[in-house]
Design a protein. Structure first.
Length: 154
């Protein structure tokens, strides 16, 4: 292990969402602790496992603090137009599919398969980084090697 922590790239929007979640959880923790204190020990039996709820908040707060300490937002102004980078929306055509697919390349903490947000560390994300419209790429997938064409980058 090195003394220098490796930075994790995230979009500016993703960094802001993580920061807002952390601030909200810090406020929620403060409210729950105040609530617990005001209720006193006799009323604790009426509250569903307050210590467990606070412990859950503490774990997520710790996770977010770690992620944010390692996160480096990618500034849009520094992204070369037409080149896939963190924050890029990419339309690709897989060689064996009829319909193109749209992805947004994001940092690991922002991944959402349901919304097409793929990590730059994933096999597809890694293959797309630095590519341009018209590039044909081979990607190692769980089903084997597949080809895709970059149709659009924005």
């Amino acid at each position: 292990m090195t003394d220098v922590e490796e930075k994790v790239l995230v979009t500016e929007e993703g960094w802001e969402r993580l920061r807002e979640e952390l601030l909200g959880l810090l406020q929620e923790r403060r409210s729950r602790i105040e609530e617990q204190t005001s209720l006193g020990r006799d009323a604790e039996s009426d509250v569903l496992d307050p210590q467990s709820e606070i412990a859950t908040l503490e774990r997520r707060i710790s996770q977010l603090e770690t992620v944010l300490s390692q996160a480096e937002p990618v500034r849009r102004a520094k992204i070369e137009p037409g080149v896939v980078n963190v924050g890029s929306h990419v339309i690709v055509q897989w060689e064996d599919d009829q319909m193109p697919e749209t992805y947004m390349v994001v940092g690991p903490p922002e991944v959402s398969v349901q919304t097409g947000r793929i990590s730059y560390e994933s096999p597809v994300g890694r293959a797309l980084m630095g590519r341009r419209v018209g590039d044909e790429i081979e990607v190692s997938t769980p089903g084997g090697m597949r080809r895709l064409n970059v149709i659009a980058v924005s």
